[in-house]
Design a protein around this ligand. Sequence first.
Ligand SMILES: [Zn+2]
Ligand SMILES: [Zn+2]
Length: 113
Amino acid sequence: MRSGPEAPQSEWQLKKGAQEIVKTETADPTRPTSAPRIRCPKCRWQPERASTWVCWSGPGPEPPFESCGTAWHTFDTGGRCPGCGHQWHWTTCLSCGEWSPHLDWYENPAQED
Ligand SMILES: [Zn+2]
Ligand SMILES: [Zn+2]
């Protein structure tokens, strides 16, 4: 029973090839994250974790309603006030102050730039 020099070598090459396949499958830096990106449609400002909006019915495109004054992160609830349950359809930008439809803040993952 003799083990030729070819046997260990081909085994090593097989291992090396397998490792390379795994590598190319996992390394994908361009893969989009599952969470939608949120940006102001007007100025591209991105809300921070500490950003808060106040439930206050004032001048703006949102139809007047009995606002409750609650402050919260509006993108945590999809624009719904946790205080009075009002569904905000418009969201004001804390950076540029412009109103935009709440849904326009969510970036479409298909429109990567
Ligand atoms: Zn409210
Ligand atoms: Zn803005």
